[in-house]
Structures are given as C-alpha cells and as structure tokens.
Design a protein around this ligand. Sequence first.
Ligand code: EPZ
Length: 438
Amino acid sequence: MDKIRIIGGTPLVGTIPISGAKNAALPLMAASLLTDDALTLFNLPYLADIVTMANLLAQHGVSLSMHGDGQGNGYGNGRGVSLDASNIHNLTAPYEVVRTMRASVLVLGPLLARFGAARVSLPGGCAIGTRPIDLHLKALEQMGAEIELLDGYINAKVASRLHGADIQFEKVSVGATENILMSACLADGETILRNAAREPEVCDLAYCLQAMGAQIEGIGTNELRIQGVDRLHGCDYSVIADRIEAGSFAAAAAITGGDVELLGVRAELLHSVIEKFNEAGISVTSTERGIRVKRTGDRIQGIDIMTQPYPGFPTDMQAQMMAMLTLAEGASMVTETIFENRYMHVPELTRMGAKIIVHGSSAMIRGVPSLRGAEVMATDLRASVSLVIAALAAEGETVIHRVYHLDRGYERLEEKLAACGANIERIASRQPAKVEAA
Ligand code: EPZ
C-alpha cells in the first residue's frame, strides 16, 4: 500500500487546476444506462472511484471509449469518455464492486426505469456511518417497484413501467434524490420530489438529464417536478468543477500561510465554505480564472462550523476545516449533523499534537502554536486529505499510510501540491492496495 511523505513548513504559492467533480461524475456516468444513445462526458477526473464506476457499467454491458482532454475547464487534465448502453446484458451489480464504492447503488434507478428489473448488492456500512438506502427503496416502491431483499441483494422489478409519484423525502439525501430523479425521467406521468437535495452535483445531473431530453423543473430548489418521457437521447456534457477538492486546497493554502489561485472553479459553488474561511481570517476572492486564497492576519482565527445539506456548510469539508483550525488562535467548535461517525481524523490529528475533544456529534478544537509531523493512518477519503493539510504545516516529517483512500477522490494530489512548493512525495509499495468498504 502506497504512503505519502510530507515535510511541512512551506507556504503554498502558485496555481492549482481543479478537476471535474467526483460526486457529479459518478451519477452522470450512471445516467448513461437511461438511453441507448451515446452519452459523452468531458472533464472527468481520473480517480479510483471513476474507474470503479466504469468497470461496474462495463459488466452491465456499457461500452466506454476514453479520449483526450475534453471540453473541460481548460485547466485540469479532464478526460472525455463516451458511454454506450445500447447493449445491456446484465442487470446485476455485484457485491464485490458495490462494497468498494457505495455510489454503485446509483445504477439501481436507471436499470429499473429502463429495463424493469435490477439486482443490486446492498452496499453495507462504511467508515463514516451505516449509510442506509431506505429512502431510495421507499421512493422506488412508491413508483410501483416491487423490492425484495434477499441474500444481501436488492431484487427490484416492476410489472410494466414505473409510474410517477409525489415523494416526500424524510431527510435530505443526495444519492436518493439522484437515483429517483433518474428513474422519474422514464416513469409514466409526473413525479414530485419534495425535500430533495440541492447540491451542485445534483443540479449537474439534472442539467445533463435535461440535455438528454428529460423534462425537469425546479432544479436548484428542494422541490423537483419531472414529467416522464418514453425515451432519452444521448448528449455531450462537461462535468462541473469539484468544489470539495477546491475547498481542500484552500484549507491547505490557509494553514501554510500561502497564496494560491484555484483554476476552473466558481466562488458561488463554495458560498458557505468561503463565508467560514472569511470568518477565520482567510481572504477568498474571485479571479478571471477561478478563486484566490490567502491568509490575511498572522494567525487563523477560531470559528464554529455546523455541517448541513446544501447550501449549508458541506460535511465533505468538515475534516479539512478541522485540520486547518488545529493551528487557529482560540477555540473552534465543529458539529457534524450528516454522518454519525465522521471524526476518524481526530485521533490521527491528535498524534500530530492537535488538541481536539469529541462529545457526541460535536468536536472542540483548541488552537495550538504548532503541529509536529508523525506517522498517521488514512481512514476515509476526506479524513485522509485532512492529514495532508495538517502535515503541510507541521514541523518535520509526516508519513501517511493507506493513501488509496486519497486516490478515490483527489487526482494527482502530490503533483498539484508540489507545483506550489510543497515538499511531498509518494512512496510506492509492492503490496496491492487493500480494498475496504466505503
Ligand atoms: C453523497 O453521499 C456523497 N457521495 C458524499 O460524499 C456526501 O458526504 C453525501 O452525499 C452528503 O453530502 C457521492 O455523491 C458519491 P446522503 P450519499 O444520501 O448520497 C442518510 C465524499 O467524501 N441516508 O446525502 O450516500 C445517510 O446515512 C462522499 O465524497 C439515509 O438515512 O449521502 C446520511 O446520514 C462521502 N437513508 C444522510 O442521509 C438513505 O436512504 C445523507 O446521506 C440515504 C441516506
């Protein structure tokens, strides 16, 4: 398993190209199942999860052809891929794939809507929580699906065609909104999704579905209305920039006292995160090419953060902001309201000298004057990058183990950071990376 070695203390200065968003690319790839035309996506990030989704779709019968840099944001190395689902011969998403990537469950809705049947492994829990999919299944049953859970698999079928329904989600769920949105595009009649997720990645999926011929109203609000159509056609679509990658690098620039321009991302994607950076004394300004991040005072100021569904502060930025706040002046309070176990980075940050106490869903961070490098363990995607952020400012050497977690969501991380002056290198190992549920 690869490791990453960082010698901290160098302010990050320069430019970082932001890649296409993983959490937009995954549902967009799954949307290819909705049509027998080719769906061409541009600005795809090259990540482990994207490869996993490509392999999953291929075993269903989707043919994929990769090609060079598409119409991405022009700054990253976004790749283009054409997905052709005109010859689907397998409706099963197997456990060995689903257990490595929960987003695999996003093939359930499209397979059911287009073929009337699907057999998808239950994803099981992961490091950050139990992450059930009851909201997905309940909504599909409201649309006429018969769902049976057998031998760890979801066996779903519909006698003729899914029909529209008025669906009220008990809680905001990105994945459930995406699965049902895709199903509703081919259902018979109107579907209303109430308390729908409004994340930019959900909107990206909706805009692409519209370009494929879907009839969707209310994009960007928490109420979506979809008029089902008989078929969708293909289209070309460029994946939105990754706001979480951008926020992660912004936290790295802030903690090192650097000055970095993040290319290809728009400030409005990060409104609630930028508000918190400003509160902490970090200047974030829009430029022609993206956003510029630099610290204003000589120390970061302690702040309070509570994660919420969009447009609130994103849970996927919680670990990264906590890492930055370990060196703040004064105390900070972080409250995680989305997942029940998203503090796996705390013991690792503590090994580096951070002062953090967790009480239930809240963590109190007391700022310390400095961190010290240590051997630490990555446990999940965003916890991993929070260790990188801390290591970039820590005194001395940090070695981060199990960096395959990082590779799931950050494209060319070492390269992008080294280009801004970070002393960072990957230490390749001979053993194959262990695949863990996530
Ligand atoms: C998506 O996961 C993202 N993943 C996550 O990013 C992100 O943290 C999460 O949304 C919240 O923003 C992708 O888009 C691939 P949810 P998802 O359904 O869809 C509960 C990352 O780091 N819930 O919005 O799985 C669930 O347990 C990853 O990039 C149910 O109870 O998240 C959680 O507490 C991590 N029943 C809450 O809702 C359900 O049927 C939000 O989950 C579904 C969800």
